[in-house]
Design a protein around this ligand. Structure first.
Ligand code: NAP
Length: 249
């Protein structure tokens, strides 16, 4: 194996999957996909799989050196801040080129009622001050704690794996793995008499269906803004990440 062609993709998104597919098909790279291991049966991208964390920035730097990784493409979710910080730091320490692949954020369109907030706490505070009663909380099952005190509201959550314990008083859950399209999302919102939605501004088509459905139904959407970007090389599309890699190696 040519040690100059070993690429670590920090994965967990559709873009990471698409990138792995392109690089694997190219045939010139050893593709290692790193997954956090949060879902029980993840859809595994083509190439090798590294499951679970590295042990912080130091652990990752050690891994980069021992596996002679020649480039890291961070295609994690735009809100997965910790792993990106670690990767940026580890790449600097191990002198490995680092690229961030983040899909562009969604833009508000005509007919949208968006209530932008800075973070999850601000979203919960906004709900406390509002008359929203039945809320579709799409921020992820691990991030419901800020909403725990809203005992007089009802929440709908969706997850890939069944959820057992949640720190919420009134809620229901549905199972589902994206992509989620407008028609089915409209049906879900109607069935559960949802009056508002909380979402991160994740960007990309896979979860845009709820935004389009909310527009159609005239529902307000509390939109958590993107975290501050790292000062690094970045692209928005898998094909551009391949171009970057080809210029590099
Ligand atoms: P995070 O808070 O940024 O990272 C926490 C820790 O999890 C990291 O320090 C790292 O552990 C480990 N980790 C995270 N992503 C990893 C990866 N791709 N490969 C190996 N280890 C990883 O992460 P998160 O926000 O919980 O997201 C976890 C995963 O879910 C990411 O892969 C992300 O792409 C995906 N995801 C996140 C969101 C979201 O809204 N945050 C949404 C959809 C998908 P060590 O320090 O031990 O290395």
């Amino acid at each position: 194996m040519n040690p100059d062609k070993q690429v670590l993709i920090l994965s967990g998104t559709g873009e990471a999957f698409a990138l792995a597919t392109l690089l694997f098909a190219d045939g010139n790279y050893r593709v290692i996909n790193s997954l956090a291991g949060r879902t029980k049966a993840p859809v595994e991208p083509p190439g090798e799989i590294h499951m679970g964390g590295f042990g912080g920035a130091e652990g990752l730097a050690k891994y980069l050196r021992s596996e002679v990784i020649s480039a890291v493409i961070d295609a994690t979710h735009p809100f997965a801040v910790q792993i990106s910080r670690n990767a940026f730091q580890a790449c600097n320490a191990a002198q490995v080129p680092y690229l961030q692949l983040h899909r562009p954020a969604w833009e508000k369109a005509e007919g949208d009622t968006w209530l932008p907030v800075a973070n999850l706490d601000a979203a919960a505070e906004l709900i406390a001050r509002s008359n929203f009663r039945r809320i579709f909380l799409t921020t992820g099952r691990q991030e419901v704690k800020p909403f725990a005190e809203l005992e007089d509201r009802w929440f709908l959550l969706r997850s890939v794996d069944p959820i057992s314990d949640l720190p919420l008083k009134n809620f229901d859950t549905v199972l589902g793995r994206g992509p989620f399209y407008e028609q089915a999302e409209t049906q879900l919102l109607n069935e559960h008499r949802i009056d508002s939605i909380v979402t991160k501004n994740s960007g990309g088509p896979a979860t845009y269906g709820k935004i389009a459905a909310a527009r159609k139904l005239g529902l307000p959407v509390i939109v958590i803004q993107r975290p501050a970007a790292l000062d690094c090389n970045h692209v928005g599309r898998p094909a551009d990440a391949v171009k970057w890699l080809k210029q590099l190696i």
